[in-house]
Write a protein that binds this ligand. Structure first.
Ligand code: CTP
Length: 405
């Protein structure tokens, strides 16, 4: 489910000439679905690739293409359109348009709107790899970055011209996420965050295993919210069907033992550990090498406890700020607080299993030394952003560079 940042209500989306213009159609759809008003402005080049009619149908708003007929009664359409906007996003941004922006040209509607704006400008370059690497283009991009323009991507891969390399426009979902992220307060800037998410899968034999119904959504949403807040995020994930949040480094694991090893290899230097994964508490003592055949007789599988990853991290001398999750079916707050004390962590986030597992929304209560702090039910990504704000307010201030090892 897509939810807008509360602070994003209206954007101007500029399209310039490039085959990636077709991806802008999907981008409009994502913004509109998230409740954001999109005013589309197209250059003459963009109109060669997709029609204004397509963008008009998708945005539900008139599409503007001409400086001289840009609609405003006061003749100030070239200024008015970007005045109330939260951001101008150029996707695709051609090499020619980046050059114009870098030079401050204002000879068509889109470049004029950019020049006369009072809001952030984000550009998603899209071009052939040699055009991207061209010295003049690199100079222009560096100039724009120095001027405070956000450069989204570009990505790397197969190009429309048949070549492979840098210059491909980011996917619509990535641009959407980057624009939303640009509106979030940078509460975790400079922080390193390690997140575990999803279920684990404990093998019984080559085809069977023990797992649980965690979807991974809450952990992935927290990883995304932490990236948006400016953190460097590593997401250690059990098996899920979810896409990696743009900007997070994902490490895939299967079992509790693999998750433990992956966390321990990356925990040093982390400021924050978010243990969101539903880690198996028990694992088969032995994994059968061959598929177990049925015999008609009862079958017992011996299980042994797994390592408590969160407890182990919290017990380290250099432990980061540790946040645990407690999914309980009954006596939620009592069990959660016991768990918090047992594991020696400053904050635990509790919910009823019935309220969270497999759902897109969640209702939680925070428990710390000061007591219990219930939050209203919300979509998991909104909740993740709220939790990031709550956690950031509790995080100890970073050690000064001199006192860090
Ligand atoms: N956790 C962990 N490593 C484990 C088990 C759990 O890091 N081997 C973390 C989870 O990510 C979560 C918290 O610990 O943050 C949950 O605590 P836990 O005691 O495992 O909860 P339950 O398994 O629900 O415990 P119980 O069955 O006793 O209720």
């Amino acid at each position: 489910m897509i939810t807008p940042a509360p602070s994003l209500t209206r954007i101007v989306l500029g399209l310039t000439g490039g085959i990636a213009a077709y991806k802008a159609c999907e981008l409009v759809r994502l913004f509109v679905k998230a409740g954001v008003r999109v005013d589309v402005v197209m250059t003459a080049g963009a109109c060669r690739f997709v029609t204004p009619m397509t963008l008009q149908a998708l945005s539900g708003r008139p599409v503007l293409t001409d400086l001289w007929t840009s609609g405003a009664d006061n003749g100030m359409g070239h200024i008015d359109l970007s005045r109330g906007a939260d951001a101008i996003v150029i996707a695709p941004a051609s090499a020619d348009f980046l050059a114009k922006l870098a030079q401050g040209h204002a000879d068509d509607l889109l470049s004029t709107l950019c020049a006369a704006r009072a809001c952030p400008l984000l550009v998603a370059p899209a071009m052939n790899r040699q055009m991207w690497g061209n010295a003049a283009n690199q100079r222009n991009v560096a100039r724009l970055a120095a001027d405070g323009v956000a450069i989204l991507g570009p990505g790397s891969g197969d190009q429309a011209c048949g070549e492979t390399g840098d210059g491909r426009m980011l996917e619509a979902e990535e641009i959407f996420a980057a624009v939303i992220a640009s509106r979030q307060p940078r509460l975790l800037a400079g922080r390193r965050v390690l997140v575990t998410a999803g279920p684990t899968f404990e093998r019984i034999d080559p085809v069977r295993g023990i797992t649980n119904s965690s979807s991974g959504r809450m952990g992935y949403a927290l990883a995304q919210a932490a990236v948006e807040a400016g953190a460097a995020v590593t997401l250690v994930s059990g098996p899920t069907a979810l896409p990696t949040p743009p900007g997070a480094v994902r490490v895939d694991v299967e079992s509790a033992a693999e998750m433990h090893a992956a966390v321990m290899a990356r925990i040093a230097g982390a400021d924050l550990f978010l243990a969101v994964a539903a880690v198996a508490d028990y694992t088969p003592a032995r994994v059968a090498e061959r598929k177990i055949k049925k015999s008609g007789a009862p079958l017992a599988i011996e299980l042994e406890p797994t390592i408590d990853i969160l407890g182990t991290v919290a017990a380290r001398a250099d432990a980061p700020y540790c946040v645990g999750f407690a999914a309980e079916s009954h006596d939620v707050l009592q069990h959660a607080d016991d768990k918090r004390r047992r594991k020696g962590i400053p904050l635990i986030i509790a919910n009823r299993v019935q309220d969270a597992l497999g759902r897109v929304d969640n209702e939680v209560t925070l428990l710390d030394d000061a007591g219990t702090h219930p939050l209203p039910r919300m979509d998991k990504l909104d909740l993740a952003r709220r939790l990031v704000a709550e956690i950031a307010a509790r995080l100890p201030r970073p050690a000064s560079p001199r006192s860090r090892p």
